[in-house]
Write a protein that binds this ligand. Sequence first.
Ligand code: GDP
Ligand code: MG
Length: 344
Amino acid sequence: MAFFWRRGKEDKFSTSVLGLDKSMEELKAQEEAVEKEIGVRFTKAIEKTRNSINNRLDTIFEGRKQIDEQLLDELEEMLISTDIGVTTTMQVLEAIRKGVSRQEISDIAALKAVMRKELLDILHASERKGVADETAVDMSIKPYVLMVVGVNGVGKTTTIGKLSQRIKNEGNGVLICAADTFRAAASDQLEIWAERAGVPIVQQKQGTDPAAVLFDALQAAKSRNSDVLIVDTAGRLHNKANLMAELEKMKRIAGREVQDAPHETLLVIDAVTGQNGLEQARQFTKVANVTGIVLTKLDGTAKGGIAVAIAKELNLPIRYVGIGEQVDDLMVFDPETYVDGLFS
Ligand code: GDP
Ligand code: MG
């Protein structure tokens, strides 16, 4: 997976001009290097979770000769402590019990293999819902409209900044829409990211109807022939009816201006808030038509198992994970890399 943003890449390969000063091969090599770098930092970001799992597994197995009920109890406690959730924990334990009774599990390695498989199954199942991939949308549709929703402070604006820069660096035209008009600071903060990324932004004064800002942005994206339009939104969950009406209106306008838009609605969840964040997210999925998840601040928790709980409970694919505050601290979520990071 050389490119961060794979949409439209085929076209660009065949018409490698497009005003890019780098050849596609150079760009690809550059992106591969960036991805590799990010992979290393990702492994580091979930180090706390991994260490916690490994330490507890060692303690659980120390001096034990067989897998008995007491060991399974301790294992249950360990799994719960990673925040993978109760239902997932039960599912994993069930698989382990089966393995033990068939005498397929006798050591940590075999046990980890079973846990790994169960978690991967859950993560892959969630990819069959929502929008798991930007290439799933008809390539002729432009701009690709991506709405970003979630409560305040979870990392929406930061994620949009990171996304814009990465997508732009790969030769795509990106436009940002500042539809969080509730707080003036939100637009200012987004403007800073836009400037840093060298990406144009459509914004209006505080209090403007978000749908009106979106309408302007859609027009601008069309006239600029932008590939991607990323829309920031306000995160007022305490006024549900209002939020729902606001998001509905935005969706209606997007769909009227661009076929099938919005193509993705990403719900941002802060990993540090764990199960509480998940509950909040559940509320959000009720009012917004969420198609995928961005899990931020994975670098700040030892309970990195939350990704599995989210995928299972919300039954939506995790699209990206945030692993820090810098522009490159965002990666495309990959179940294998994630699960390996937990157990390796
Ligand atoms: P918003 O209110 O949802 O738009 O959230 P912001 O984008 O303003 O982010 C809130 C805070 O979280 C800021 O201080 C960000 O720097 C920080 N943040 C966002 N994503 C990450 C992440 O992946 N890791 C860490 N450590 N901090 C993050
Ligand atoms: Mg914001």
